[in-house]
Write a protein that binds this ligand. Structure first.
Ligand SMILES: [Zn+2]
Length: 193
């Protein structure tokens, strides 16, 4: 191992990796990023770690030209009994970790975007939830977050406008039901989800 080099799976090492002092001071060091890609969750679950993920053309953090495979993150999704492995990449330049995620699923949320929207829309239109089901509290939680996001980003407080706010925020790259007020990281020309 060369000074400043970092071990890589299989005993190889990154010869051109910057010294640790650079890593520690990089603003992206240890940063977790999400890259939404066109991928079917069903296919990923079926093929597991053999799924042919695409590779980011550059680092989402520093724009560096190359990212390295960095294993998998096992994540839970609604409708799947077992965890699904999501491909991770790491940038040797800035140290950030990029996790690929199928489009249509928000970061840290197991349910599909479409099903969340459908539940919220029903509640907003009818004034009540569709039916009682396990974990009803998460729907209320999402509605509360949507109200906060709509107010923070759009200045909207009217209940009638919340379904439209959901779509506006989604288009703008904001997780409409996210707890914290921040945008998702993304690259490419596709609209973020
Ligand atoms: Zn980077």
């Amino acid at each position: 191992m060369v000074p400043g080099g970092r071990n890589k799976a299989g005993g190889e090492f990154y010869e051109n990796s910057p010294p640790f002092s650079f890593w520690a001071s990089s603003p992206y060091h240890g940063e977790q990023m999400i890259w939404h890609v066109d991928a079917e969750l069903n296919n990923i679950a079926a093929q597991g770690r053999d799924y042919p993920w695409e590779r980011p053309k550059c680092c989402l953090g520093c724009g560096g030209p190359k990212v390295w495979g960095h294993g998998f993150a096992e994540r839970q999704f609604e409708g799947f009994d077992q965890t699904v492995p999501l491909k991770c990449y790491r940038c040797p330049g800035c140290g950030c970790v990029i996790t690929l995620r199928p489009r249509g699923y928000f970061r840290r949320i197991r349910s599909a975007v479409a099903s969340i929207r459908s539940e919220l829309e029903h509640r907003l239109e009818k004034g009540r939830w569709r039916e009682s089901r396990p974990n009803m509290s998460r729907f209320r939680h999402w509605l509360g977050n949507l109200r906060r996001q709509a107010l923070a980003w759009l200045g909207w407080q009217e209940e009638q406008g919340l379904a439209a706010a959901f779509d506006r925020l989604l288009k703008a790259g904001v997780v409409p039901v996210g707890r914290t007020i921040h945008t998702e990281n993304h690259i490419g020309s596709d609209p973020p989800q």
